[in-house]
Design a protein around this ligand. Structure first.
Ligand code: AP5
Ligand code: MG
Length: 217
């Protein structure tokens, strides 16, 4: 099964990814998590990506495509994978299509901009695993500690209000058009056409998970 999660920053892609990943036994491929790991490691890629990410812009398509192409040939991707935050530009989506890397399902998690600032400013993450919390909506059992490892949680550098607004602008300009792209492809019935599923992301984490369970079967 090849699934892709589409949605604005803070729509809940990472949160729902853990359920889908466990349900299908497929790896989650989050380009954002991969880039943050590279920044943390201080690699050449991380150095190149850092400034762009801190400003809320998008890393170049070439870098992202190189990262993903290297990742999906690994052994754990044989039964499929879950893309989280990729593709997020039309050239990235076209590159996948041209490489005949077809998706079975594209899930668009819909959340209006006005909910996003509150979600992202209260977010805390466990950097090594990518586990996601929210100080009010999904608090950890012990304040500021990961439920599984007990390690510290951190706030992402790009979760500051001015940056969040920029990320939303970038989303509307460059990523939102992918919904129409996949809608048109899905309707066409052409080779490789995915199923496009739209879910209401404004409900609770459990309610969104239940919607996904229903539509994915
Ligand atoms: P990335 O890490 O992908 O960030 P993003 O797309 O901005 O999305 P987020 O991770 O912020 O949100 P999410 O939808 O995963 O929400 P979450 O589940 O955490 O990318 C970061 C940067 O890397 C980009 O800005 C770019 O620079 C670069 N990059 C990455 N991929 C790229 C690509 N393909 N091309 C170019 N550049 C790329 O939830 C958010 C919060 O809300 C959490 O606190 C959570 O607990 C809470 N929450 C979740 N669901 C609910 C709910 N139903 N109700 C209430 N609260 C909820
Ligand atoms: Mg995420």
């Amino acid at each position: 099964m090849r699934i892709m999660l589409l949605g604005a920053p803070g729509a809940g892609k990472g949160t729902q990814a853990s359920f889908i990943r466990d349900h299908y036994g497929i790896p989650q491929i989050s380009t954002g998590d991969m880039l943050r790991a590279a920044v943390q490691a201080g690699s050449a890629l991380g150095m190149a990506a850092r400034k762009v990410m801190e400003s809320g812009g998008l890393v170049s398509d070439d870098i992202i495509l190189g990262l993903v192409q290297a990742r999906i040939v690994e052994a754990d991707c044989q039964r499929g994978f879950l893309f989280d935050g990729f593709p997020r530009t039309l050239p990235q989506a076209d590159a996948l299509k041209q490489a005949q890397i077809y998706l079975d399902v594209v899930i668009d998690i819909q959340v209006p901009d006005e909910d996003i600032i509150e979600r992202l400013s209260g977010r805390r993450i466990h950097q090594p695993s990518g586990r996601v919390y929210h100080v009010r909506h999904s608090p950890p059992r012990v304040s500021d500690r990961d439920d599984i490892t007990g390690e510290s949680l951190v706030q992402r550098d790009d979760d500051r209000e001015a940056i969040i607004r920029n990320r939303l602008d970038v989303y509307h300009a460059q990523t939102r058009p992918l919904v129409a792209y996949y809608e048109a492809w899905s309707r066409s019935g052409e080779t490789g056409a995915p199923r496009l599923i739209q879910v209401d992301g404004t409900q609770s984490v459990d309610a969104v998970r239940q919607q996904l369970q229903q539509v994915l079967g």
